[in-house]
Design a protein around this ligand. Sequence first.
Ligand code: ZN
Ligand code: ZN
Length: 259
Amino acid sequence: MRQDFNYHTHTWRCGHASGSDEEYIQMAIKAGFRILGFADHGPYRQYSNPYSHMEWSQIDEYVASLSALREKYADQISILIGFETEYYRHMHNEKAQLKQKAQYLILGQHYDSPQCAVSYFRPNSEEEILEYGRLVCEGLESGLFTYLCHPDLVMYHQESFTPACRKAAHMIGAKAAETGIPLEVNVHRIAKGKLEYEEGLRYPYPNREFWEILASYPVRCLFGVDAHSPAQLLDTGAMDEAFREIQDLNLDFISEPLF
Ligand SMILES: [Zn+2]
Ligand SMILES: [Zn+2]
């Protein structure tokens, strides 16, 4: 399984990714990508988090840097400029403004609020897992997002597949089917290997049980490298392994680029 477009690439600006913008592009060309979309963790007007997302004041420099590189490499690869960001109630206008600065937004729901009170890559209560599902569904309904990253992110630190995990997966599968918004099979965590949980060794995501439920709905899917270093774009083994995790679920993978 190989896909020659990737809309999920980070940059140094989020504070937890390495490499220059140009190195990501050169690596993507080497790896045979036709389209490389940057979707670094988008900023908030009122909230700073130097290890989580860029600053609002960095938007212009981010767009300028990638726009210049888009020109430079135009005959070798198509460069797209976007942001990965969360959906929060009462922040629709700010997200719409962020979208206007770029070509697309992808939804990555890492926290419950811009203050990051609850992180979804920590162990979560049943109510927190349900809130994750609700926020993701409202994000899908918002009309702001091109696709949903790692829909199963909330499984990162879940020791077992609880009733709330099941419910959240059903909510997200149903909403993705209703809205037609594609779901991402995320490759990023594969290269770091499996972790030990009460139920045994598994990757934090893609999570098999979560995807079994998503696959019971007529959803469209795509892979996202979620590259936090240029080398991850060249790791075709990780993409193959992510596919092996879910290949028997007969998911409907997008064969043509989204744009
Ligand atoms: Zn990140
Ligand atoms: Zn990401």
